[in-house]
Design a protein around this ligand. Structure first.
Ligand code: GPK
Length: 805
């Protein structure tokens, strides 16, 4: 196998061979989709040798390895990223050209992998990219979902969910490893009995077993020959999986078992509003955790090491609580399969495991009903029960008589298993994802745990990979940066700071302005071609792209746009320059209010489009089915980054960092990582508004403020809320804001938000000032590279070191 393509000519030759092998066709006869598949397979061949060599090297060095367990990995397209990492993009471009194909037309044919949906999943994808780039031995572990969250369509201004069939044409980057399959057990009954040696052993019988088959995806580093692995598990049934139950001839049971098994890896986030859906989610969580751990322990055993040293060689990370069953599952393996006692197994489990929390929203903290948990995972339940017993006993010794506190820290309480409490008790490290978020965890959400284990708590502010979000998504900006300060920033993103001296340089500013205009023009062309909508490329581009959630306050944004509309009706000069407001994001299928906000955005967009006095100045556009590849078009084209969550609610945000890296100015609240962005760039280079986190929390403690009073006092707010008369659907939002007292402070922050927008317009009209701010944001964004974040995890939590090739 060739290591690298030496010339476009050699590429053409390899491509022709591969087309023959895969499709038995000449290149000229291939459809564009097939060109993509041939090319992807060629790139995988390039990576293969290094992939094997990396694994061998890790084993030979007996190095400590990290396994990052996450229910989501929102990868985005891989062809471009892999070509970039191998340094073969130009060769492929030239070679394809000789064959009569255009690489830029081929790349968009790749479907976005449906393996994630939001910030948490995209963070996991950034982290495995950074692990490989930093030559750290670290791998991802997740589920091979056949269908992603859903494909969002907009019909009559409303979100409609269609299946996301991302796997339809295959996923050329994966390799199925049937030889590495393991079995995962569900159901049956479990009890303890004397083991004949004076102790107890567990019997688990009558369970059904599901076959877990790994599909491995290579994760190449940036031009460094390191290739780590993302292991995705798929569930399959086995004819003998229904232990002792199928043989009785009850074929209906067998069919039911087969159906349930096949459901396990079918959908990302099954609907949890039904008991069936919740059961499926719990099965998924146990599925990839058990399969992943079994394969890790088996590999460890293959290295002939003493299992008592497990934590010296293995770090297990749980990305939020979805993989928290890893804790009792590791206990099960160490005790039941390896014969260890509780104390020793517990020491190893805690020493190996670390946990990241991603939200303080109480409804997002996972809880399972005990009857469901117990019937599905009887053996694991016994372990959780014993763990809870020991933990509470120790806790009550420390805080005698404080049952109020014991209730807060219990793992089992009120008929439920609380996953966050399990995760904290079973991990040696608990981290939040931005300074403010970690502070809130320590002082309130997880305070009772912080009192017992202050040393476990630490902050790791999120980051994003600048390779995808700058180098790959914005080539003209990357080129300008390299022309100005050289290319060292690519390997050392902190060096972006070297741009600071150029912030007032007129020639640099001129080029920066051109790059932004170029990216805006490209977006405008794409919107015209794909959506048939015209957008003024010289208007200010103000963008809010993220999942729809009431706390993220897309509602505040659209109500403000509506207020601009009303003002323009009165006075056509009320707005000094044309503005385009772009929205994108999915609402959970069962999240009624968030879906109504999407409808409201479309309603306001139509009102504006139909009003000649307004449409020259304002444009609202909702871009459907927001995903990674759409994000890659939008971040580079933004002038303003909307980061307007209710202070204290957004754990970190990562879109804020992608906008900053691409030179947009943040318009935001002091929430999540906005606090750190603001500290780095200063008041001159971002616009901050609204209630602070402490104020919000004070209101919550004291029962809120009166939105009715505000409504009565502020005439503009009264006029704006008229928009809710346009459709009976919107009465729900009216209820939220007035009758239910505006839980997310939309009206409370309205005046400050309006003021902040006026400040943005003032600053935008000062061209040199605006370009300086843009430059400062890019220069300071190196801090938000996930390379920084992952280095901190590696040093402080995982204790792993780079392994050079
Ligand atoms: C948090 F709890 C969750 C979740 O279930 N999904 C998810 O995407 C996000 N998140 C936070 O909302 C963001 O503030 C944060 O930046 C991101 O996780 C990554 O930490």
């Amino acid at each position: 196998m060739t290591k690298n393509w030496k010339s476009p000519k050699q590429f053409v030759c390899l491509f022709t061979q591969k087309a023959k092998i895969l499709f038995n066709e000449e290149p000229a006869a291939l459809t564009p989709k097939k060109v993509y598949l041939v090319l992807a397979n060629l790139v995988k061949d390039l990576i293969y040798d290094d992939w094997l060599a990396t694994e061998q090297r890790y084993d030979a060095r007996q190095t400590k390895q990290v396994y990052y367990f996450s229910i989501e990995f929102l990868l985005g397209r891989l062809l471009d990223a892999n070509l970039m990492n191998c340094g073969m993009e130009n060769m492929a471009r030239e070679g394809l050209k000789e064959l009569g194909f255009d690489l830029d037309a081929i790349m968009p044919l790749e479907a976005d992998p449906g393996l994630g949906n939001g910030g948490l999943g995209r963070l996991a994808a950034c982290f495995i990219d950074s692990l490989a780039a930093l030559q750290l031995p670290g791998h991802g572990c997740s589920i091979r979902y056949q269908y992603g969250l859903f494909e969002q369509h907009i019909v009559d201004g409303q979100q409609v969910e269609l299946p996301d069939t991302w796997l339809q044409d295959g996923f050329p980057w994966e390799t199925k490893r049937s030889d590495k399959a393991v079995h995962v057990r569900y159901g049956g009954s479990a009890y303890m009995r004397p083991d004949g040696k004076g102790g107890l052993e567990c019997v688990h019988e009558g369970y059904s077993s599901v076959l877990a088959i790994p599909y491995d995806v290579p994760v190449p580093g940036y031009r460094n020959h390191t290739v780590n692995t993302l292991r995705l598990w798929q569930a399959e049934y086995t004819p003998d999986g229904l232990f002792g139950q199928g043989q009785g001839g009850d074929f209906r049971k067998v069919l039911q078992y087969r159906d349930t098994t096949q459901q396990i890896s079918r959908f990302l986030y099954p609907d949890d509003s039904t008991e069936e859906g919740r059961k499926l989610r719990l099965m998924q969580e146990y599925f990839f955790v058990s399969a992943g751990l079994q394969s890790i322990v088996r590999h460890y055993r293959g290295q002939h090491r003493d299992l008592r040293e497990f934590d010296r060689y293995v770090a297990l990370h749980i990305n939020d609580t979805h993989p928290a069953l890893l804790i009792p599952e590791l206990m099960r393996i160490l005790m039941d399969e390896e014969g260890m006692g509780w104390e020793e197994a517990w020491r190893i489990t805690v020493a190996s495991t670390s946990y990241t929390n991603h939200t303080i929203m109480p409804e997002a903290l996972e809880r399972w009903s005990i009857p469901l948990f117990q019937s599905l995972l009887p053996r694991v339940y016994l372990i959780v029960e014993e763990l809870n017993r020991r933990w509470l006993a120790a806790y009550r010794r420390k805080f005698p008589g404080r049952e109020d506190k014991a209730e807060q820290v219990a793992i089992l309480w009120g008929g439920q298993v609380r996953m966050a409490n399990l995760a904290v008790v079973g991990s040696h490290s608990v981290n939040g994802v931005a300074e403010l978020h970690t502070k809130i965890l320590e002082e309130s959400t997880l305070h009772p745990f912080y009192e017992v284990y202050p040393e476990r708590f630490n902050n790791k502010t999120n980051g994003v990979t600048h390779r995808r979000w700058l180098l790959e998504s914005n080539p003209p900006l990357a080129a300008l940066i390299s022309d100005t300060i050289g290319t060292d920033w690519i390997r050392h993103p902190k060096k972006l700071k070297e741009l600071l001296p150029y912030r007032d340089d007129p020639s640099f500013q001129e080029k920066l302005a051109q790059v932004k205009q170029d990216r805006k023009d490209a977006l405008v062309r794409w919107i015209q071609e794909t959506r048939g909508v015209a957008v003024d490329p010289h208007s200010l581009f103000d963008i809010q792209i993220k999942r729809f959630h009431m706390y993220k306050r897309q509602l505040l944004n659209i109500l403000h746009v509506y207020s601009l509309y009303l003002r323009l009706l009165d006075d056509p000069d009320a707005v000094p320059l044309p503005q385009t407001f772009l929205f994108g994001g999915k609402a959970a299928a069962s999240y009624g209010e968030a879906k109504v906000v999407i409808k409201l955005i479309h309603t306001v967009a139509r009102l504006i489009d139909q009003e000649p006095r307004v449409r020259e100045k304002l444009k609202v556009l909702f871009l459907e089915n927001y995903n990674v590849s759409l994000g890659q078009r939008l971040f580079p084209a933004a002038d303003v980054s909307e980061q307007i969550s209710t202070a204290s609610k957004e754990a970190s945000g990562t879109g804020n960092m992608k906008f900053m890296m691409n030179g947009a100015i943040t318009l935001g609240t002091l929430d999540g990582a906005n606090v750190e962005i603001h500290r780095l760039v200063g008041d001159e280079n971002c616009v901050i508004f609204g209630l602070r986190a402490e104020e919000v929390q004070k209101y919550y403690r004291e029962g809120g403020y009166s939105s009715w009073d505000l409504y009565r006092q502020d005439e503009e707010i009264r006029r704006v809320l008229d928009v809710f008369q346009k459709n009976p659907l919107f009465s729900q939002l009216y209820e939220d804001l007035l009758r239910r007292n505006d839980e997310y402070f939309v009206l409370k922050d309205f005046a400050a938000y309006r003021e902040a927008h006026q400040e943005i317009l003032r600053r935008y009209q000062d061209r040199p000032g605006w370009l300086r701010a843009s430059a400062v944001n890019i220069a300071q964004s190196g801090h938000f590279s996930s390379d920084r974040t992952v280095s901190q995890y590696a040093r402080d939590i995982w204790k792993v070191k780079p392994i050079r090739v």
